[in-house]
Design a protein around this ligand. Structure first.
Ligand code: PGA
Length: 256
């Protein structure tokens, strides 16, 4: 019942894969299989140099283009950085921030994720803010408190009006790229907790409207069960988004 309140979002995260020259062929094959039912949204988050090709390929499609990172700075002497305004100028609709790979390999803190989130909102781009625990944290029984701290840190000073434009993705690190998906119960437990944390920060009504995604080895086979959970509103899909299997996940959302 509550779930119908929210659209499903199936977002692909291509990570550092494929070339711009591969985009038209990929989309030509995917498009006939990737029609979106009412209440289902989709996006492909691609490396910066692939954005113009993806924008061109998806012209006229309901599937949106996303990026995978953004600078926290507006402009200036930040060699190698890409600003939110630059992404908006290319017509980017979504941007992943705080992915565990960026937290691990680029030392991104909740504070930096918070600054990036504000930069995106300022440019009218929907942030997909990631959170998730390591296997050590899960085994130590601190999953919920850790994820809660990431949510609160990432959303610091975000107003209720701004929060309505934020998507959260729960991605347990031990499930990313490992083929070891969280069980539907494990994923639901944390996504449900995230919604409770949001309700504490912004009230029940607002929390009910926030899209909370699950990510981590989601594929064509397990998507339906994960998407059937009451607090899982979609998926952030890595490996399977590089293949036609992405259409199977959209299909599972279409039927949900
Ligand atoms: P995966 O990646 O689907 O390949 O596990 C998910 C992600 O890291 O966003």
């Amino acid at each position: 019942m509550e779930k119908k309140y929210r659209n499903a979002l199936i977002a692909g995260n291509w990570k550092m894969n494929k070339l711009a020259s591969e985009v038209p062929g990929f989309w030509a094959e995917l498009e006939p299989k990737a029609a979106l039912a009412a209440g289902v949204q989709s996006a492909l988050c691609v490396p910066f140099p692939l954005i113009p090709a993806m924008k061109a390929a998806l012209a006229g499609s309901q599937v949106k283009v996303g990026a995978q990172d953004v600078s926290a700075h507006d402009k200036g002497a930040y060699t190698g950085e890409v600003s939110a305004a630059m992404l908006a100028d290319l017509g980017v609709d979504y941007c992943i921030i705080g992915h565990s790979e960026r937290r691990a390999y680029h030392a991104e803190s909740d504070e930096l994720v918070n600054a990036k989130l504000k930069a995106l909102l300022g440019a009218g781009i929907t942030p997909i803010m990631c959170c998730g625990e390591s296997l050590e944290q899960r085994d130590a029984g601190v999953t919920l408190t850790f994820v809660e701290s990431q949510i609160k840190g990432g959303l610091k000073d975000i107003t209720p009006e701004q929060m309505k434009k934020v998507v959260i993705a729960y991605e347990p690190i031990w499930a990313i790229g490992t083929g070891r998906t969280a069980t539907a119960e494990q994923a639901q437990e944390v996504c449900g907790h995230i919604r409770k944390v949001l309700a504490g920060l912004y009230g029940e009504e607002l929390a009910k409207g926030v899209q909370v995604l699950y990510g981590g080895s989601m594929n064509g086979k397990n998507a339906a069960e994960l998407l059937a959970q009451p607090d899982i509103d979609g998926g952030l899909i890595g490996g399977a988004s590089l293949k036609m299997e992405f259409a199977d996940i959209i299909g599972a959302a279409n039927e949900g």
